[in-house]
Design a protein around this ligand. Structure first.
Ligand code: ADP
Ligand code: MG
Length: 139
């Protein structure tokens, strides 16, 4: 059975332009509950560690630079089948390809500065939730 939690981040582009409230309201209206939330400004080392899985990809340096460029807002969200439901709610990585009504279509600037992060599996949701919130992400 799929898990009911996922890890989201309102990225520095959206957080810095005052979109956090709108994005959270949008997600709550779709049935996601906020379980954990904080505002942080990651160092390059922290952003690099979070995105370790993408090390070696051509966009890694740009991604680490961007994610450490200003404050962001990690969230643990709860809903049935949370990983898939949240990825459907945020839309494709590139906002130009994201479906109408999705968070990235509404709020993202570009494929790199794309407003939000979302875990891609239940296992990564647990790992990423622990990264920002420790055991609080699981209880
Ligand atoms: P997603 O966030 O949709 O799961 P990926 O895991 O493939 O997408 O990539 C992680 C993040 O890296 C993206 O959200 C985006 O910020 C950035 N990224 C991915 N591909 C590119 C690209 N081609 N150019 C610039 N940034 C990219
Ligand atoms: Mg991903």
């Amino acid at each position: 059975m799929a898990g009911n939690r996922t890890l989201a981040i309102i990225k520095p582009d959206a957080f810095g332009s005052g979109k956090a409230g709108k994005i959270i309201a949008h997600l709550e209206a779709q049935g996601f509950a906020v379980i954990c939330a904080r505002v942080i400004h990651m160092t390059k080392a922290e952003a690099g560690a979070f995105y370790e899985v993408h090390k070696g990809r051509p966009f890694y340096a740009e991604l680490v630079e961007f994610m450490s460029s200003g404050p962001c807002m990690p969230l643990v969200l709860q809903k049935a089948d949370a990983v898939a439901a949240y990825r459907a709610a945020i839309g494709a990585t590139d906002p130009a390809e994201a479906a109408d009504g999705t968070v990235r279509k509404l709020y993202a600037e570009s494929k790199g500065r794309n407003a939000v992060h979302g875990s891609d599996s239940d296992e990564n949701a647990r790992i990423e939730g622990m990264f920002f919130f420790g055991a609080a992400a699981l209880v």
